[in-house]
Write a new protein. Structure first.
Length: 241
């Protein structure tokens, strides 16, 4: 599913921003970058700021129009930095991540980012089914392009991981029952008496504290068997000596 998602940058002015955006993508597992009519194609400055994500830069597709960039996408979501006179279905970043992951199983999905200075035009915004707005501090909402890409890519990844976790079937843990635990505690006490670690006439609080320890750690059945095996080996070794 994650390979169905493309990041689309429209008319980017600075090649360094393209490199930083590629880095942001790679940290979140996204790999498909599309550049719409960039002012300059990726250069050495972009590669330097990509910091290890040069493979994404090298595979980036350059197209002349947004229409061409999203032609194969069943869902396109445009970033919008400000309110528009034309109302459009609006998502917050978390809702955006959920929508992208939900539909990424069915078709290509594009997250579209506009120009550094002016964002996307109304015409470009209307090519997308949803808009997403990052609710930054209204007193200082100066998110650069790479920050915006990082924020939305992170939300996509978190939704992706959550979905993976939901589909994961955990291994059923086998815990000992009360009878097995009591058998272990009796075995443990016998071993400690045998080695002289505790004295039967004056046992103190050792066994109570050990019970508390093992209740807190809650060993699984196979772990309890290992512990009992260790206890048995100690007493056998002493008998041989």
């Amino acid at each position: 599913m994650i390979d169905q998602i493309k990041i689309v940058l429209v008319n980017t002015s600075h090649t360094g921003n393209i490199g930083s955006a590629a880095r942001a993508m790679k940290t979140m597992g996204l790999s498909e970058l599309v550049l719409v009519d960039p002012v300059s194609e990726p250069d050495s400055h972009a590669s330097a700021l990509a910091a290890g994500a040069t493979d994404i830069l090298g595979n980036a597709k350059i197209v002349p129009t947004l229409e061409e960039a999203i032609a194969d996408c069943g869902l396109s979501i445009a970033t919008s930095a400000r309110s528009r006179t034309l109302e459009w279905p609006m998502l917050n970043p978390r809702e955006c991540g959920a929508k992208v992951v939900e539909e990424g199983h069915k078709h290509k999905v594009a997250l579209v980012f506009g120009r550094e200075s002016s964002g996307l035009t109304n015409e470009e915004l209307q090519m997308c089914q949803f808009h997403v707005h990052i609710p930054a501090n209204p007193e200082y909402s100066s998110l650069n392009l790479a920050m915006a890409v990082q924020t939305l890519s992170y939300e996509v990844r978190m939704q992706f991981l959550e979905q993976q976790q939901a589909q994961y079937t955990p291994v059923e843990l086998d815990y000992p029952n009360g009878e097995q635990l009591e058998g272990f505690y009796q075995h443990l006490e016998q071993a400690l008496l045998h080695t002289g670690f505790i004295i039967k006439q004056h046992p103190g609080q050792v066994m109570s504290k050990l019970r508390r320890l093992f209740n807190r750690t809650r060993p699984e059945s196979h772990e309890l068997n290992i512990l009992r095996g260790i206890l048995t080996s100690i007493t056998k070794l002493d008998k041989k000596d």
